[in-house]
Design a binder for this molecule. Structure first.
Ligand code: MN
Length: 435
């Protein structure tokens, strides 16, 4: 578990002026990683770090001979077209690089002229997927989501008895993980309309988003070696925003007995910036289970997890329709929640995933599961907001939605605040539906 250190000091400011503006997602306390190049260029993609409205080019920086030791090795590892080599170096290397970058970017830093040569305007860059994602696993860590969805699919038996004991997950599809901004095509699939005698192949009529976080695995474990709770977080590189697009009619027909398949594998969108777990250290909360809930089995329990296993990452979903954009209406917030409502913590997901000896690898992606909270404004999928399509959502221009229509655009945002820390953010994850 990352401890607070000088890089989290809320009093730090940067010589990059835009990093000091209130409300920026990328102050000097954040320093998230992405893979980028100059927009519409044929430059090679390479790793970068966000600071204010600028991107610090790690390939350029590593050629300047102002970093030393492990930080220089880490910057070199981040200079290629994926962050997998940096991820594989492990948490001490990530931490050394973070400290060195914090010292180079803060007010009164040495070498400002040289470092400034490695900055690009964020608006002038385009991004690639930050890692070569070998495997993608999607969890189901909100008991509120699981219960709401369960009520729709099984009114008599909403929450299956294993939920309170097992962090439920399934193996997703890594090849269709796309970056924010990528258009999402309405998939076709096999569906069984209510009352029909036989299924048909048709475009989904119940296209949905799921507000999730994406967890990037750093250094992996070897096959056959479970990761215990006390080491679990050392294996996590960082967190991004994730939209697990879902076709509910395809899902309802196909999901038993082996879980979702084609209803999920057509696209999963992620945000370009990965906020490191170290940057998230100030926003920790205790992991608490109500007394009437079963406590986790010993292998999913640890003192650190009880003290600070949860993360207060605030999240929201915004929807914009073609008619809203035509009328210059801003996107409408349709969900606002926090990761703190999750039933299982990050460490519990890693430990459970590997308890059978399964090996995680650098660049693997875990989805948190839809992060609905307990309140009505915290529902994190259209399926829940409209109670399975029964209660349409009315937008400010009078339009209604039960599920997503062509041209609709969904934007996810995330940020953290705490009275003793700077505000940091995740940027955004955008996807527009096309037919
Ligand atoms: Mn999901």
């Amino acid at each position: 578990m990352s401890l607070l250190n000088e890089t989290h000091d809320p009093k730090l400011s940067s010589w990059v002026a835009s990093a000091n503006l209130p409300g920026t997602d990328f102050p000097i306390q954040n320093l998230p990683f992405a893979v980028f190049r100059r927009k519409e260029s044929d430059e090679v993609f390479r790793g970068g770090v966000a600071i204010g409205d600028q991107v610090l080019d790690l390939a350029a920086l590593s050629s300047k001979n102002i970093l030393t030791g492990e930080a220089q090795q880490a910057a070199l590892a981040a200079s290629g077209s994926t962050l997998n080599p940096l991820m594989a170096m492990g948490h001490t290397a990530w931490s050394s690089l973070r400290l060195a970058l914090s010292r180079l970017l803060r007010e009164d830093a040495k070498h400002q002229g040289i470092t400034a040569q490695c900055l690009l305007e964020m608006e002038d860059v385009e991004y690639a997927l930050p890692a070569r994602i070998g495997d993608y696993t999607d969890f189901y860590t909100s008991i509120h989501h699981a219960t709401n969805v369960g009520k729709l699919f099984r009114p008599d038996n909403p929450l299956l008895p294993n939920y309170r004991w097992v962090p439920i997950g399934y193996h997703g599809r890594a090849s269709s993980v796309v970056l924010s901004g990528h258009e999402v095509h309405r998939p076709q699939g096999q569906l069984m309309p209510p009352g029909a005698e036989r299924p048909m192949l048709a475009p989904t009529k119940r296209l949905d988003f799921e507000l999730e976080l994406g967890i990037f695995v750093g250094a992996g474990n070897s096959l056959g070696t479970p990761i215990p709770m006390d080491q679990a977080e050392q294996y996590v590189f960082g967190i991004c925003l994730l939209n697990d697009w879902s076709a509910r009619d395809i899902q309802g027909w196909e999901y038993q007995p082996l879980g979702p398949f084609l209803s999920k594998s057509f696209a999963t969108s992620i945000s370009p910036w990965i906020v490191t777990l170290e940057a998230l250290a100030p926003y920790r909360l205790p992991f608490e289970r109500d007394h009437d809930e079963p406590q986790p089995l010993p292998y999913l329990d640890s003192e650190n997890n009880r003290l600070a296993g949860a993360l207060d990452i605030q999240l929201k979903v915004m929807l914009s329709t073609p008619a809203m954009r035509e009328a210059d209406l801003p996107p409408q917030t349709i969900c606002q929640t926090s990761y703190k409502h999750a039933y299982w913590t990050l460490a519990q997901l890693i430990t459970h995933h590997t308890v059978n000896g399964c090996n995680l690898q650098a660049g693997d992606l875990l989805g948190s599961g839809t992060l609905s909270g307990p309140e009505p404004h915290q529902l994190a999928a259209m399926l829940e907001i409209t109670e399975g399509g029964k209660k349409p959502l009315t937008l400010p221009n009078g339009e209604q939605r039960v599920f997503l229509e062509d041209g609709d655009q969904v934007t996810l945002r995330g940020w953290c605040t705490s009275k003793d820390a700077a505000r940091i953010g995740f940027g955004e994850c955008i996807g527009k539906i096309s037919h």
